[in-house]
Every structure is written in structure tokens, then in C-alpha cells.
Design a protein around this ligand. Structure first.
Ligand code: C2E
Ligand code: CA
Ligand code: CA
Ligand code: CA
Length: 284
């Protein structure tokens, strides 16, 4: 038994060594991957719960690695964050997403144009040229600031200093929407919501998981009810993530959530698909 235990340890060590080496080689390849154009963006629709129409989409970056195939952001964003590559990569995502949103345009019947949501990492928020870069990107794309929503995680904001909060306020003053991403995971003091130029709370998936099937988890229902009521009191809209079933969508709608995102509506996919989705909505 002792020998087997020893072996298990050796295996665990070998595994973590292998993971460390893999991480190291991915990290080293990031700059070349960026120069070679190996990153691409998928878009996942955001749907209005009251009438089921598409209001826009979130831009989610992927890496088409020549050996490992498509890697998700959880596998490389932390690496890009630790090396600083996240700043040019994030700017590239913003540029692509802004052009894409401009290309989607309106739906031709007087509806508001489709909006695009872009994730902003903590390093980007600390970058002194973020506001100027954003203005330039919107200008180049010919996109109205109100068609852009920047998503900042609750955890990034808990650690934000006055300067970073000032940056967010300037972005909000431009007319860009700011969403608080992964809301509810950060153990934050709720009174800080009043000080932030945030217009949307994106409720983390962990709070809506208990509503996938009926009967819903009664504690989750109470929590969502409480958050929606707080958010609406503060004039914030509520977006729910990870909606995977119709039961869940209907329940979240009845609880007053405004917007939803999840596999029930669509997985992240190519940008063209969003346009057919929204045209189909308009037609029906
Ligand atoms: P996030 O911002 O919370 O994005 C939502 C994640 O949930 C996405 O994972 C999405 O594919 C996944 N998802 C959507 N609907 C469902 C569902 O119904 N069920 C389940 N189980 N999952 C769902 P993804 O694409 O792997 O992205 C992971 C995270 O990587 C994102 O989490 C975001 O924090 C980060 N990320 C993605 N793109 C960027 C980027 O351009 N810049 C930065 N800084 N971070 C990014
Ligand atoms: Ca997000
Ligand atoms: Ca999120
Ligand atoms: Ca999340």
C-alpha cells in the first residue's frame, strides 16, 4: 500500500510538472500567436427576457493553436494577464468587436442597433491610455458609444483604486455602458454599488444553476429576487448568465431579470449567425 501511495505521488508530481511545462510553452508562444493572427472571437447573443429579441452579443476570445486546436480563454487569458500581452490582445478584441457591431448595425425597422459586450481585464483598466484608446476604436469603427458595453468583473473592481474608478467614470461619461461581471462571487460590500458608474449587473451562473429544473432551489430564488429588487432600486439592469433550459429562462423572466445569455438561446459562435438570429426575431 505504501509503494502504491508513493507511486501516486510520483504520478501527481509528473502531472503537475507536465502542466507547468505546458503553461510555460503556451505563455512563450503567446506573442507569436498574436502576431500570426491565431486568435479569433466568437459572439454569444444576449436576449431580452420580456420579448425574446436579441439585444446584442458578448465577444469571447479563442486561440486556434496550431497543435492543440481551439483553446478557451480560461486556458490563456490568465497567462496573457501575467505577461502583459492582455493589453494589446484586449485592444484587438475591442477593435474587432466594435467593427463587428458597426457591421451588424440596426435591424432596419427602427429598432436600437445591436450592442456588443467586451470583457475588460484588470490590467486594461490600469492602462493609462484606455480611455483614449476606446475613443479611437469607436471613432475608427464609426460606432456609437451606447452600442458598446464593457464588462468588468466584480473582483477587479473590489481591488480598484481611485484612478481606476476615475477611468471607469470617464468611460461611462462617453456613453459606454459598464457591466459588473460575475456579480455575486466577490464578497463585496453592496454599498459600493452606489459609487460605481455601472449600469448592469451580470449575475453569475452559480446563482441560476438551481433553477434549471422545476422545482427551483428556493434559496436561489430568494437570492435572485433580492438582487433584482436591489438592482432595480438603483436603476441597474440585470443580466443572467448560464441560462441552459426553458424552465430557467421562464423563471428568471418572472423574477424580473432583464436580459439573459446562455446555451438555451445559443452557444458562442460566428458573428454572421447573430444577424440571422435577430432577423428571424424581427420576422416572427
Ligand atoms: P464570462 O465573461 O463569465 O463569460 C461567460 C462564459 O460562460 C463563457 O465562457 C461562455 O462560453 C460561458 N457560457 C455561456 N453560456 C453558458 C451556459 O449556458 N452554460 C455554461 N455552462 N456556460 C456558458 P468562455 O468563452 O470560456 O469564457 C470564459 C471567461 O474568459 C469569460 O467569462 C471571461 O471572463 C474571459 N474572457 C473571454 N473573452 C475575453 C476577452 O476578450 N478578454 C478578457 N479579459 N477576458 C475574456
Ligand atoms: Ca463577461
Ligand atoms: Ca460573467
Ligand atoms: Ca461567470
Amino acid at each position: 500500500a505504501k509503494a502504491a501511495g508513493g507511486n501516486r505521488y510520483e504520478t501527481a508530481d509528473a502531472d503537475s510538472d507536465a502542466r507547468a511545462i505546458a503553461r510555460h510553452s503556451l505563455t512563450n508562444r503567446l506573442p507569436a500567436a498574436f502576431d500570426n493572427g491565431e486568435f479569433f472571437i466568437e459572439y454569444q447573443p444576449l436576449v431580452r427576457l420580456d420579448d425574446g429579441t436579441v439585444r446584442g452579443a458578448e465577444a469571447l476570445v479563442r486561440w486556434l493553436h496550431p497543435v492543440h486546436g481551439v483553446l478557451g480563454p480560461d486556458q490563456f487569458i490568465p497567462l496573457a494577464e501575467s505577461t502583459g500581452l492582455i493589453v494589446p490582445l484586449g485592444r484587438w478584441v475591442l477593435e474587432q468587436a466594435a467593427r463587428q457591431a458597426r457591421a451588424w448595425g440596426g435591424t432596419g425597422d427602427g429598432r436600437a442597433p445591436l450592442r456588443v459586450n467586451v470583457n475588460l481585464s484588470p490590467s486594461q483598466l490600469r492602462c493609462p491610455t484606455l480611455v483614449a484608446d476606446t475613443v479611437a476604436v469607436l471613432d475608427d469603427a464609426g460606432l456609437d458609444p451606447s452600442a458598446l458595453c464593457l464588462e468588468v468583473t466584480e473582483n477587479a473592481l473590489i481591488g480598484a483604486d481611485e484612478e481606476e474608478l476615475h477611468t471607469l467614470r470617464r468611460l461611462a461619461d462617453l456613453g459606454v455602458d459598464i457591466a459588473l461581471d460575475d456579480f455575486g462571487t466577490g464578497y463585496s460590500n453592496l454599498s459600493y454599488l452606489r459609487r460605481l458608474p455601472v449600469s448592469t449587473l451580470k449575475l453569475d451562473r452559480s446563482f441560476t444553476r438551481g433553477m434549471q429544473q422545476a422545482p427551483a432551489d428556493p434559496v436561489d430564488v430568494k437570492i435572485v429576487e433580492g438582487i433584482v429588487s436591489l438592482a432595480h432600486t438603483l436603476d441597474l439592469s440585470v443580466t443572467v448568465e448560464g441560462v441552459e433550459t426553458g424552465t430557467q429562462a421562464e423563471h428568471l423572466r418572472s423574477l424580473g431579470c432583464d436580459t439573459a445569455q446562455g446555451w438555451y438561446y445559443a452557444r458562442p459562435g460566428p458573428p454572421e449567425r447573430l444577424h440571422t438570429l435577430s432577423l428571424a426575431d424581427v420576422a416572427s
